[in-house]
Each structure stands twice: as structure tokens, then as C-alpha cells.
Design a protein around this ligand. Sequence first.
Ligand code: IVH
Length: 668
Amino acid sequence: MKDTKNQIEKLREEINEHNYRYHVLDESKISDAEFDKLFNQLKKLEVEHPELITHDSPTQRVGATPLKAFSQVQHTIPMLSLENAFNDDDVIAFDQRIHDRLGIDTPIEYCCEPKLDGLALSIRYENGMLAQAATRGDGERGEDVTQNIKTIKTVPLRLRGTQIPQVLEVRGEVIMTKKSFEQLNIQAAKKGEKLLANPRNAAAGSLRQLNPRITASRPLEFFAYGLGSVEGVTTPDKHYDILQWLKHLGLRVNSLVEVATGKEDCLKYYKRIGNKRAALPYEIDGVVYKVNDIELQKKLGFVTRAPRFAIAHKFPAEETTTVIEDVEFNVGRTGAVTPIARLKPVHVSGVTVSNATLHNMDEIARKDIHIGDTVIVRRAGDVIPEVVSVVKPRHAQVKKIYLPKYCPVCNSLVEQVEGEAVARCTGELICPAQQKEAIRHFASRRAMNIEGLGDKLVEQLVDTQLIHTIADIYDLTQSQIEELERMGTKSAQNLLEEIEKSKSTTLARFLYALGIREVGEATAKQLAISFKELPALLSATEEALQAVPDVGPVVATHIANFFGELHNRTVINKLLTAGIHWPEIKESKTLPLAGKTFVLTGTLHQMTRDEAKEKLELLGAKVSGSVSSKTSYVVVGDDPGSKLDKAKELSVPVLDETEFLVYLKKHG
Ligand code: IVH
């Protein structure tokens, strides 16, 4: 047994050593096959002796089962961001500020580093063992991504060396190489999945996977660039030396880090790195200069969200020319139909670009873009590449670009409203591109108020094809819901009860829930009051719609187009058949509280203020936000505030919650 234990430990040490040489020192002594052989030997021994498996064994990078959600992590020292410099003058001014603040006139020493375009991460080691990894989040609190970070081979599970700090929080950037990013997109294209805009998004998406196996299949890398809290050791007094120290501890540090003396050297570094940029295997969007002396860093301190001792000198957006081979139209979450140029693939700052957004038809007209044109494309950091301009004079035969009449996804009419740049698909309720958003809105609190039908669940329900439209919500069964992630018998029951409850609603809520463009709550209420019944509204002409307060020609067109779409009518019929109903709306003049104005203030207990408002409006009353001599009643809950004083001042009658409930009963 002791022998096996020794053998296992020896293998782990050997594997860790090779990993370190390969990932941190960029030198490898053995072939991949030899490495795999060692790894498999270790795996075999661990399978035979599971009691000898330790958390930091190189075999344990992926093991965990999928998480249900990421938990939050409070950063002991906030994770800040950097101020930006966009030109040499900004850098010169930065250097001047440092001189002024420190009262030093000799050149300042800076540590110069590439600014990696990934996402910031904090990794905590306790007594040399990887304990926790967290994303930056809002700088104060991030997400616990420990399981996923363990799958990154450049992150040691255990620190090396003899002088191990009790606590070491190392900060750095997680990135995906350009090559891995392109391969990932090739695979995604093959599977008909959405393409990722850039390596940074790909890295972020990979890191935010609840299933660490998926993260493990994505080639991510980590570069350390700084420290968070450290306990139990004295750290070097220069930033550059801290980075070298981290390297000795087994962490990967970028090999292009250098010390520069004075601003001129910094600007030279910027030029040199800029020239190398396209050839680097990963994306950088600038360089970072940090005052090298830690004592001076401390003296300089911080402004709100960034240190005074460092600045990011950004590279300008890169441009190149290529040809527009075709234009396709993409339908977004809100139905926006966006023209996308399919480009002859071209390299811009090291990434192959084959698509660029053309924004909308106005942009196409303004830039005079045609299919077949040679164009200048620009790629700036994390934004989707765009077409800057057409290279003229034209030599090629070009074709005009037309907005499609019908949605490329669901075949509904595409609407281009006068005066609006964006064209939209009118198939709101049936267009797969818009389904999730439509369902989320339908279930939201101020619409049908289906508690428990949140974003994550909607996501799952649509992805598993259990529901396609809002009407399908009412077909869901206990067993279907139970089988979803994070759902059990009880939560499925609760959800079904909520769905059942939502069937009893108001016409105004129902109209709002349909998610017709620009029909917010107020407009939905006006429509309900004016038309009183759904059939009257369904067959209303644009003129009749415009007679409703709040409804102008644009909104009238939206409403008419929405109800004119057969698919939407089918969904509405299905909803009504499922049993959605509302109380009849009486002629407002004949309603019991017609002509009365109420003001609500303070917290009510039997209902929310919104519910009270809805009840009053159904009875014909108006609900206003401020007290005047015309106010009929002020309803007062707990902690009422100044409205109560105003009511007393103007002698407006006041009802407490109990009196209000009695009043409603009497008039309802
Ligand atoms: S230092 C207190 N060094 O840039 C300063 N940041 O715009 C902490 N970044 O959120 C940052 N490469 O994710 C630093 N060599 C580098 C960097 C770097 C990339 C990122 C980092 C940060 C963002 C700030």
C-alpha cells in the first residue's frame, strides 16, 4: 500500500512538473504521447485505489457534477478596472499626473504588460491549494466558478515551491486563443448554432457553464497579472518581481511583460507590441502601464473604480478591405430584423471575420452599400465587426439590397414603420426568434403574473421544445414540469397552480401581456376601456384605433398588424379556449366609482398598491399620484409620508386599509 501511495505521489509530481514546464515556462521535455502515458498510469492506479485520490491530483480537474447555479463571492479586496488612454497625449498626461502627485522629477519606472482581452478572475489559494475562483462581477461581488477554473490546465491545483503563502489571491485574465475560438465557431456553424462574436465572448460563455464538462471541452487559458490579498509571506516590492514570484509558484505570466523607464519607453513598448499583435495567438486590445514600485503605487492610491498608478493604452480599431458576398437578415429577440453582410473571409487583428452588421436599411442607404461591393470593415474589441464604407469607384457588378417582405425565420410580415430605422417581424407570438422574450413578458408580474415562471425556466421550456408560444403554457402537465432541471413535485405543483390562477385576469393585463409593440400598460388600459371587448378590438381599423387616447398612427399600425397576423390570432384563440377570462367592462359612466379620483400612499397589507389601483380602475375610478382639492379619497397604508399631510391640509377624506376594503366591498 505504501508503495502504491509513493508511486502515485511520484507520478503526480512528474505530471505537475511537465505541466509547469509546458504551460508556464513554455518548454516541453516530453512528447504528448509520453505525457498521456504517465497520466493514464496515474488514472489506473487511482481507479484501483480510490481512497488515495486527492483534490489536487491532476486527474481531478473535471469531476464535479453540474451546478444548479453559481453562488456569489464577496471579493476581500475589490477588483477594479483601468482608466483608458487612447493616444500618446493621454499617456503623457498620465505620466505627468504621477510625477506631480509624487513630487518626483526623475523618470518613473513602469511595468508594461499586454492588455489581454478576456475576463478578469480572482483565484484564491489556501496553504497552497486552489480553494476558490471567482469572476469579477461588479467588482465587489463575483460568481464562484471554482469547478470550471479547475478544468483550465494553466491553473495549478497546487502551488509549487517551499515558501507557500497561507493565503494567496492571484488575479488575472481568462482567455481563449484565436485558434480555439475559430475552431469553436466552425463546430457551432456545423451544428447550426449561433456564432460567437469574438474570443472574449467565447471565453465568458465557456466559463459561465453550469456543467464543468462543457468548460473542460473549451480550451481556456489563464494569465496572472496581479495580487489580491496575501497572508503569511512578504511579497516583492516591485510589481515586475511579484509577477516573477507568481511564476515560481507555478502560475502562468505573460512572457511579453517588461520594465520601462519613463513615458518614452512605454510608448516604444506600445509600438512594438502593436506590431506583434496580429501574430499573437491570443487577442489583446492594448497594453497596460503600471507604476513598478509598490510603495509608490500605495502612495498614489485609487480613484473610485480604478487605481491611479496604472492605465490601459488601447489599440485603435483595426480596419481592412474585403468583398460583400451576400446579405442575410437576422431576427433578434425583440423581432428586430437586422441586415448582416456575409463577407469574403478576411483577417482583422488576427481573427477571421466573415460577417459584419449593416445595422439597418437606413445605414445601407446612407453608406450606399450593395452586394458585390468592396468595403472597409472595422473590428473594435468586443463589438461585432461593421462595414465602415464602400471603396469607390466600383468596378464590380453590384446588386441592390432589399428588406425582405417576410420574416426569414417565421414567414410573418416584416414591418418597417415610417420614421423608425429598425424593421421588425410581426410574428411576435410565433416567431421562434422572439418566443422566449414573448413568454417572459407574458408571465411577468404586471402582465399575467405567473409567479415562478422566471427567465431560467422559460429558457428550459423553449429549449426542450415543451412550449413554443405563450398559449402552450396552459398545456403544461405536472410530469413535463417535474422532469426539468431544478424542478421537483412540489415546485411543479406550485407552478401549475400559478398558471391556473393567471387565467382570471383583466382585459387590460391580457392586452399588455400579448407584448404588442409599444403597447405598454397605460395604452393597454385605454384600449380596454375604449373597446371593452376583445372581438371589437380585433376587428378595429387603424382609424378606430387612433381614436383611443394614447394611440397615434404608429401604435395603431403596430396593433392592426399584430391582430392582422393569422398566427397571432391562432394563439389568442388558444389562450381563450384554455380558459383565460376577465370581468366584463361596463360603460365607464355607469361604473360605480366613475368620476372619483383616489390617491394611494403607504404600504397596504391585503394587496399591493398596484392591485388596489387595478381594482379601483375596474370600478371606474381614476388613480392619481398627487393629492389635490379634486381628490375624492386618500387611501393610507403604513408609513404614508407627505401625501397624508397634504390630504389633511386640503381636508380630503382619508381611508385606512380596513375602511378602504369595506368601501370596495360596498361599491364593487
Ligand atoms: S490590471 C487594479 N493588467 O483589463 C487593476 N488588467 O480594463 C487591475 N486586463 O478588468 C487590472 N490585461 O480584466 C490588468 N495586464 C493586465 C490586464 C488587465 C487585461 C483587464 C482586466 C481588467 C480590465 C480593465
